[in-house]
Write a protein that binds this ligand. Sequence first.
Ligand code: MSP
Length: 506
Amino acid sequence: MPDPRPLFLTTPIFYISGTPHIGHAYTTIAADVFARTARAHGPTRALTGTDEHGQKVANAAAAAGMTPQQYVDSLAPKWQALAPEFDARFDDFIRTTEPRHIRACLALFERMRASGDVYEGVYEGWYCTNDETFWPEAKLIENRCPNPECRRPVQWLSEKNWFFKLSKYQQPLLDLFRGDPRFLRPQARYNEMMAILEEGLEDFSISRSSFDWGIPLPGGGVLYVWYDALINYISALGWPDDAEGLYARFWPGIHLIGKEIARFHTLIWPAMLMSAGLPIPQRVFAHGWITSEGGTKIGKSLGNAMDPFAMRDEFGVDALRYFLMREAPFGSDFSISIEKLRQRHNSDLGNDLGNLLRRSLAMLQRYRNGLVPDAVGGALQERVADLPALVTEHVMAFRFREALDEIWNLVTMLNRMIDEQKPWELYKHERIVELDAVLYDLCEGLRWLSLLLFPFMPAKATEIWRQLGLTGTPERPWDDELVWGGLAPNTPTNPGDPLFPRIEST
Ligand code: MSP
């Protein structure tokens, strides 16, 4: 069972100058599945937003003939639309240009300075503007950014900047990682960060002085964009004044990120918080990449971005959500293709789930005038008793695929029940008690499926709910609802259109 404390889940805040692609939709959907499952158990808050400062944004704004503020304002709506377009519900959307964020950044900077962890120094070295990252010379590949997705030329910088004594936090971070291996999952990312930690940490420049699109510091210069961005997780909760009490209630939170930004989230960010005397995140999960068939990360700069909007238009939001959560273990890289999506749509969703609903309600219509029989207590009850806890446990550990595997066991059980018990024969031989028991189990099983699938496929789960003749939506507390026998006898069911009409390849 999840922690009964209020739960706070975040996505990375996306670079405003990028274009939403399937990778951003993936994180957004995963966060929503997690948050919806958590909401079925208790108070939950989900946060997403945009990362709006930095040299890259300043350059793009200049190229577009706008001020940086005009430029980011013109781009924010397309990012704000991302979550609703994929039926993902967040409680807040933070933009790093908002006053609440700027206030928090300056307050955190001051706190860290008061701890004696911030000093002035000269930064000389290589910088990749595209990745907004400083690179040591030894890491460069032919004088270019070593990130395989970037490989752009780097610039030589020589600036008077503020530095954070990250090196001081090597031991506390080692203690954190050793004491709580669950702090960062999956294991591969944990091992990677441990290796970095064991090698030693260098102090870290947290301001820039050669350009001004960032949060201005009192003595000149602006905050480094990554330093500013990480603070969104607490600025969005109202830290430091916390007028609404959100910070007190919801921090520390859980961060869901892509694996390429694990270092920022699990080394630098916790050290910043330690320095400021604030609690560190509860845990971080760094998921894998969606790659194109050849294995390269999908991203705008490679020009091979898969358009999630087109996929959604062809298959529907819920089928796309299901596919992304079922196709691969969360944490691993995987490639997607329209063909794979079509196969899962037609087999798992159309044949297994859609037909189950259609057949069950059709038999109920034929043999029982569409009314749920009065026959609680069939064979299924015991076999599903552990299912809600198992699904919850998997989702809370970001094992979405395993959660769906468990849910699909119920789908398979119900389909098998039809094939083995042959309700049409029970009807023919007037074995009404047995017939009613099977029909009740099918309907109640479908009610459970609707509740359990709601976080993954909110619209289709609601449609199952509606066809079962239930009112409202399956967004309900699981502890109250996932009790066998919840479907009232004599409920008039409401069969409708097929849930997932077959999609042929074109
Ligand atoms: N602005 C920073 C994050 C700051 S968080 C304090 C950033 N932004 S981003 O726009 O590049 O988004 C990166 C995130 O988008 C990844 O961490 C991941 O969540 C998601 N993805 C982007 N491309 C992806 C794939 N190809 N596959 C899976 N997720 C991907 O980094």
